[in-house]
Ligand binder design. Structure first.
Ligand code: M6P
Ligand code: ZN
Length: 190
């Protein structure tokens, strides 16, 4: 294949000439939030857009790299901030890199062996997700959280493992107007 480039709008995260643009609304991840009363109440009034992803697709083969930009909108479901579904890679030994372009957030990470970590994201943060670590991002600001990412095209997304574990072991909630890291009371180790 031929080399190519695309342009990322550093303020909004939009990629002109992206091959895919997909969106995730609350109804598509309703079980991922703790406060099911809050989920039901929000969904009665509408179905907010939680996050969207622009992707530069390449063949899903070993050796290729997928580039993407994720935009998580600001908001909360109960006290929990808007976040991505989060995933392990289907091929567990595949890593990923994020570069935060704008906004404020957290990257939550965990392994199947029970390790967990939270990393703050702010413009300029280059975060490394090593092989075997599941990853979810959370927007704790009042503007969109925008980050660029690169990962092996053959990595794949395993969402089922996250659902089986009832989410991530850490969660980020608003307490007294500020984000607080808390343990997920329903989390199950694999
Ligand atoms: C990042 C990358 C993508 C991922 C997206 C949304 O851009 O990790 O691979 O799809 O975030 O996260 P999720 O797939 O967990 O919903
Ligand atoms: Zn990933």
């Amino acid at each position: 294949m031929e080399p190519f480039s695309r342009t990322v709008d550093l303020a909004t995260g939009k990629i002109s000439g992206a091959s895919n643009h997909w969106v995730r609304h609350l109804s598509e991840m309703r079980d991922m939030y703790q406060d099911q009363g809050a989920v039901a109440e929000i969904l009665r009034a509408g179905d907010p857009l939680i996050y969207e992803v622009y992707e530069i697709a390449v063949p899903e083969e070993e050796g290729q790299l997928i580039q993407c930009v994720t935009i998580i909108h600001p908001g909360r479901v109960g006290s929990e901030y808007y976040m991505t579904k989060g995933h392990y890679h289907k091929k567990r030994d595949r890593a990923e890199v994020y570069l935060c372009l704008s906004g404020q957030g957290y990257l939550l990470l965990q392994t199947e062996e029970g390790a967990s970590q939270a990393m703050e994201l702010e413009p300029g943060t280059a975060a490394y997700v090593p092989p075997h670590w599941a990853h979810r991002t959370v927007n704790v600001g009042d503007r969109p959280l925008v980050f660029y990412g690169v990962y092996p095209a053959d990595a794949g997304h395993d969402y089922e493992a996250i659902e089986e574990q009832h989410g991530f072991s850490l969660m980020v909630c608003e307490r007294g107007g500020r984000p607080a890291l808390e343990k997920n009371p329903h989390f199950k180790r694999r």
